[in-house]
Design a protein around this ligand. Structure first.
Ligand SMILES: *Cc1c(COP(=O)(O)O)cnc(C)c1O
Length: 459
């Protein structure tokens, strides 16, 4: 490995938060008490926390200063206008509905854009997104290209929609029975894999023919833009912000979790191009979130998000971000650890089927692997496999995703390369005695989003 491939941090550290590691006996007690669910471990008991990149970001000095500029008016806060202008500048959308986080926007979009019984095709599902679609009578259909389900296959744009699958669905059910296309940039559950500009353009052309709307899940759109710059011909010299704006020019609107590429700790929004839909969204936001000029956010949080979105689009920031994640993945690959390829934007995903070939999917290998990684090292990761996929509402069976993964999610601007070395060493060590990892079974299974609060025991 040539460390020159991984740029040093483009920031200085102004404030630190000490972390400590508890010993192995204590960790054993903690993981048992947590029902082998890493979501149920207290933060204090974690050494390096790679549970999620959601809301775990380190804000800049400018963002912290922005918090002091909060205008906490009930209506017409100036921070709303700053955020609105920023969303127009970065994404090109005229209409903004702030929400408490991404799922608040998903709830509103699903309510205003789905009629019961309609299909909502998407490039793989996301947990909360699909929940809201289905709760509003929509039927999710996966139209991502097949290669996305093969964790070992290399493809520079593994998140692309398969246009043949989309055309086939339109032919089968009719355009009027498709609520909209949900296009995620990047695709979280495929491993943070990007979508190409060409694919976004092609999806727009095809849907225009039928008058079908396309809404993006914009959550990690800046990471997606970096991959386009890196991998797609014609974008080598483009500015990140120009790429982001072009991406969204092929959409009708977007839901955004500010907790990811907004580099804040809380917040999100729904952005729209169409005024009628915006009026419908405003009727919903007052019921579920708050006044249209703050939705679910404080004025100060809107300010921090407006600043964070601009910082996110800076080349030095996003290059370091992507390459720090890649650094961890590259060490693991060189050590022969099975990971999802290519390495995505926000996380390195361990392939639990190949890591634990002695466990069947019904023994929840990814859940077991995440629990054992904590036990080994104090590193917290999370399951993305059969537990996250939940059950089919009609049949009651488990959804059985091909990918059975453990996600090592890297918070933005929080950890150093040396922290990544520690994580890699822990995984390599666990791999050397992987046969010790035992399968799990449920002792408590919640009905909705069971991965958050479900509890397990060893078989
Ligand atoms: C996190 C996430 C969401 C939901 O956003 P929240 O802010 O957590 O509500 C939606 N889609 C994707 C792809 C995400 O990663």
């Amino acid at each position: 490995m040539d460390i020159r491939n991984y740029p040093a941090e483009p920031f200085k550290i102004k404030s630190v938060e000490p972390v400590k590691m508890i010993n192995k006996e204590q960790r054993e007690k903690v993981i048992k008490e947590a029902g082998f669910n890493t979501f149920l471990i207290d933060s204090e008991d974690v050494y390096i926390d790679l549970l999620t990149d959601s809301g775990t970001n380190a804000m800049s000095d400018r963002q912290w200063a922005g918090l002091m500029m909060g205008d906490e008016a009930y209506a017409g806060s100036r921070n709303f206008y700053h955020l609105k202008d920023t969303v127009k500048d970065v994404f090109g959308f005229d209409y903004l509905v702030p929400t408490h986080q991404g799922r608040g926007a998903e709830n509103i979009l699903s309510k205003i854009a789905i009629k019961p019984g309609q299909f909502v095709p998407g490039n793989m599902y996301f947990t909360t997104t699909r929940y809201h679609q289905e709760a509003n009578g929509g039927k999710f259909v996966d139209i991502i290209k097949d290669v996305a389900h093969d964790s070992a296959a290399y493809d520079p744009f593994k998140g692309d929609i398969d246009l043949n699958k989309l055309q086939k669905l339109i032919d089968e059910v009719g355009a009027e029975n498709i609520a909209y296309i949900c296009l995620a940039v990047t695709v979280n559950l495929a491993g943070g894999q990007p979508v190409s500009m060409k694919n976004m353009k092609d999806v727009r052309e095809l849907t225009n023919k039928y008058g079908i709307k396309v809404f993006y899940d914009a959550t990690r759109c800046v990471e997606n833009a970096y991959f386009i710059k890196e991998r797609e011909a014609g974008f080598e010299n483009a500015e990140i912000k120009d790429i982001v704006r072009e991406m969204f020019s092929y959409s009708d609107g977007a839901t955004m979790s500010g907790k990811k590429d907004g580099i804040v700790n809380i917040g999100g929004f729904l952005a729209l191009r169409d005024e009628d839909l915006f009026l419908a969204a405003k009727e919903m936001v007052v019921v579920f979130e708050g006044m249209p000029s703050y939705g679910g956010m404080a004025g100060r949080d809107m300010e921090a998000l407006a600043i964070g979105l601009q910082e996110s689009c800076q080349f030095e920031y996003i290059e370091h971000r992507i390459k720090q994640v890649r650094y961890l993945g590259d060490i693991l690959r060189e050590a022969g650890i099975p990971i999802v390829e290519p390495i995505g934007g926000h996380a390195v995903f361990l392939d639990a089927r190949r890591f634990c070939p002695h466990l069947t999917q019904d023994e929840f290998p990814a859940q077991a692997l995440a629990a054992n990684l904590y036990l080994e090292s104090g590193v917290r990761a999370m399951e993305r496999g059969i537990i996250s996929a939940g059950r089919n509402r009609e049949t009651g069976d488990h959804h059985r995703p091909k990918l059975e993964l453990v996600r090592l999610t890297i918070p933005r601007r929080v950890y150093t390369y040396r922290h990544m070395d520690y994580v890699a060493d822990a995984i390599i060590s666990l791999y050397s005695h992987k046969e010790d990892i035992k399968g799990l079974r449920f002792v408590y299974e919640p009905k909705q989003l069971r991965f958050f609060t479900g509890r397990f025991e060893e078989i």
